[in-house]
Design a protein around this ligand. Sequence first.
Ligand code: DON
Length: 314
Amino acid sequence: MNNEWSRLKTELPELLEQSRKEAAHGQVAEYIPELAHAHAYGLGITIADLQGNVIHAGEHELPFTLQSISKVFTLLLALMDHGEETVFAKVGKEPTGDDFNSMLKLELVEPGIPFNPLINAGAIAISSLIKGRTPQEKSGRVLEFFHTIAGDNSLAVNENVYLSEKRTAHRNRSLAYFLKENQVLEEDTDVEEVLDIYFRHCSIEANCAHLAAMALILANQGVDPATGAQLIPKRYVQIAKTFMISCGMYNASGEFAIQAGIPAKSGVSGGILTLVPGRYGIGVIGPALNSKGNSTAGVHLLESLSLSYGWSMF
Ligand code: DON
């Protein structure tokens, strides 16, 4: 066992408790009513290394829905289904500087495609690219992909969160219809079916260990470190990680890149999936969010870890 790992084991609980205080500056997401029940002061982390060692601290067993974290993996599945050319005809490769659910640039900037696959509009466009004969088959393939990447076939959609979002997603619904108007969603696309695939993947429930396992595959260039199987082509993992750096924390991505310097993806339930390339997969949960929609305590914890262990890629 190397020095850093044993230091991490000793120091992680204390670092976590220091960061927990930051939750006081955040608020649990309420626009999806079912998310409002989350424990605002909960904070948990799991770190997994390539040798199969795992460290946990805090409430790492708290279940939460993946929300926007799932967008990284639907992007990967769409790339595996169609290749780069088709995918990037539908979504761009640039950050927006706007909120994750903004529709501003869809109208302002030609050709009216979402700026990137991690904002809501982009992820909805990506949902329309998942292959399958029926909507059930498409959502089934997405869930299966998560089973493979997380190494747990019991991962499932939290039906309450799914229905809660489906009932209240007026903004996402308008984004999706706008995408159809702009021909990002094809003429024969049933918009409600595409939204259903999107709501379902956002509502897949997981915990920190699942995020760490998924992140470890990305940290290891798409190869499952336990079996040596190439689960995702290296090129697509490279694309996903680049988006995580430039857009993964929304319009706080630049700040997180400066402070922590590692690819990360957040979700409104307070989860963050991140990784130290070639070394660790990391999952964090802390439901209280800052104004940009990222976990206040989770961001603080990752920034202090990166600073004290020198994890920045830059
Ligand atoms: O579409 C939504 O608004 C949510 N299902 C996901 C948004 C999200 O997680 C943004 N993250 N910070």
